[in-house]
Design a protein around this ligand. Structure first.
Ligand SMILES: Cc1cc2nc3c(=O)[nH]c(=O)nc-3n(C[C@H](O)[C@H](O)[C@H](O)COP(=O)(O)OP(=O)(O)OC[C@H]3O[C@@H](n4cnc5c(N)ncnc54)[C@H](O)[C@@H]3O)c2cc1C
Length: 443
């Protein structure tokens, strides 16, 4: 399945919902302002449901989205779109947001209603069913707060994730709001096509949330023992020995590691840097924050570890074209795994650009060079920014004798580097489908 299948499926879902919805509301002769507001609001609820579905990490969906990291990226975008739709829903509510009455949540203007003697629309006097009730307001405020927290990068990951768990609770409030306003209000009955479609998605979102919170944590993980902790330049290599059978993985994949020792119990994702048939797992962890510093300073061999995975679809071995690999710093880990997996006679032509700030930060450079000459067809060039070696598309074009458009590109490293090089390559005529990036970030 192609990477875009998942996105197309999501887009198709919205198209189907839109078609069912507009057919229903036109036949039901619903006032236009209500049509728009309900549509925008129900799309927000669908985005939320899809976000929860993706965060439950459904394995069968991984390949259609191009890997778990891509699924989390879409999850993030869905969150932002939900927020915008919530705002649009609130702004377009029939009668306007100011029509909302805090205590009862009552709004309302009946379309086409004649103004009364007092000048107020007749609908207000009749105290109609509420387009925005208290549930809707609570959900919107709670959701907005959680998204603002998500977007504030100064909040440490572990604090952010603790707040993010409440997202599902606000989704329950959103679902209640939908049931009260749409179904109970009989504008879009449950038995109508859009009503049933929406209900199905809401139930799927709720089920995903319950699964992720209650069932997912106790899922079976692969048991390992920490066999060695090797201190490197601003990084640590953790070697894990399987307690029973080694699980199979593809080079370029990542896994979540949980170490059973005080201060290490939060699951962290790391790319597997060992070869697929080594019999042990290696993770190479750059010292970045609290956890990675603790791994370097305090972790000792003998601790139990649980591995969840593998995940990801960043595997250059599946590509038959001439390839260019670009590793920024610790972004070398997937390529380490690939080179440790490959065997002589692979038939590929690969140029690896290894970009570091200082040459001593080029982890495993000797091993990589030895592997490259042993395997054949692979050349490595070090870009050391301290001595002026910076990579960009122009430098690549020059180095490749003006043939960048013929190759496939695999990039792993800091976001600005990956974004700048990808944009430059696109300008040099490399089609987007041949630029593959791996991001070391979910949030
Ligand atoms: C798919 C993937 C593969 C990765 N592979 C590698 C690798 O091979 N080598 C490597 O050094 N790093 C890798 N990382 C990054 C690594 O997960 C973070 O550097 C590490 O978790 C930082 O933890 P910290 O507490 O030391 O740093 P912090 O300063 O607390 O966090 C730095 C950043 O890491 C991320 N992060 C922190 N904790 C978690 C968590 N529990 N789960 C998910 N993300 C978190 C957040 O984006 C945060 O902003 C990978 C990340 C992802 C998503």
């Amino acid at each position: 399945m192609s990477v875009r299948t998942g996105l197309l499926a999501v887009a198709a879902l919205f198209v189907v919902y839109a078609a069912l919805y507009w057919h229903h509301v036109i036949v039901a002769a619903m006032p236009l302002d209500a049509q728009i507001s309900y549509f925008v609001g129900s799309c927000a609820a669908i985005c939320m449901a899809l976000g929860l579905l993706l965060s439950a990490r459904p394995r069968p969906a991984e390949s259609s989205f191009g890997g778990l990291d891509r699924m989390y990226k879409l999850h993030k975008y869905l969150g932002v779109v939900t927020l915008l739709l919530f705002i649009a829903h609130y702004a377009t509510v029939p009668g306007g947001p100011e029509g909302e009455v805090a205590a009862t949540g009552a709004v309302s203007v009946e379309a086409g209603a004649e103004p009364s003697a007092s000048g107020e629309p007749a609908g207000v006097q009749e105290e109609e069913e509420l387009p925005i009730d208290l549930f809707g307001l609570i959900a919107m405020i709670g959701f907005t707060l959680l998204i603002v927290i998500t977007l504030n990068r100064k909040i440490p990951y572990h604090r952010w994730i603790a707040t993010h768990r409440f997202m599902g609770l606000f989704f329950i409030v959103v679902a209640a709001h939908v049931f009260m306003v749409l179904y109970d209000g009989e504008d879009i009955p449950l038995q109508s096509a859009p009503g049933a479609f929406l209900a199905l998605l809401l139930v799927a979102g709720l089920a995903s949330y319950v699964y992720k919170q209650l069932i997912y944590p106790s899922r079976q993980k692969h048991p390992f023992t920490v066999a060695a902790v090797n201190r490197l330049e601003r990084a640590t290599e953790v070697v894990l020995q399987p307690k029973d059978r080694m699980f199979s993985f593809e080079p370029g994949q990542f896994a979540f590691i949980t170490i059973d020792a005080a201060g290490f119990r939060e699951a962290h994702p790391f790319t597997i840097s060992s070869g697929a048939s080594e019999g042990v797992l290696r993770f190479t962890m750059k010292v970045l924050g609290d956890y990675t510093r603790r791994v370097r300073d305090d972790l000792t061999a003998g601790a139990d570890a649980a591995i969840e995975g593998p995940y990801g679809r960043f595997n250059p071995l599946k590509d038959s074209r001439k390839q260019v690999w670009i590793a920024g710093g610790i972004g070398i880990t997937p390529f380490l795994s690939v080179l440790r997996t490959m065997a002589p006679g692979h038939g590929k032509t690969i140029r690896l650009y290894y970009c570091v700030r200082q040459s001593r930060e080029a982890l495993f450079l000797d091993e990589l060079q030895a592997r490259a000459s042993e395997l054949g067809g692979i050349t490595i060039k070090l870009f050391d920014s301290e001595t002026g070696g910076r990579i960009d598309a122009a430098a690549i074009e020059k180095d490749l004798d003006g043939t960048p458009a013929e190759r496939s590109y695999y990039l792993c490293g800091p976001k600005p580097l990956a974004a700048a090089v990808s944009a430059g390559l696109a300008k040099h005529g490399v089609p987007a489908r041949r630029i593959h990036t791996e991001e070391f970030e979910f949030r």
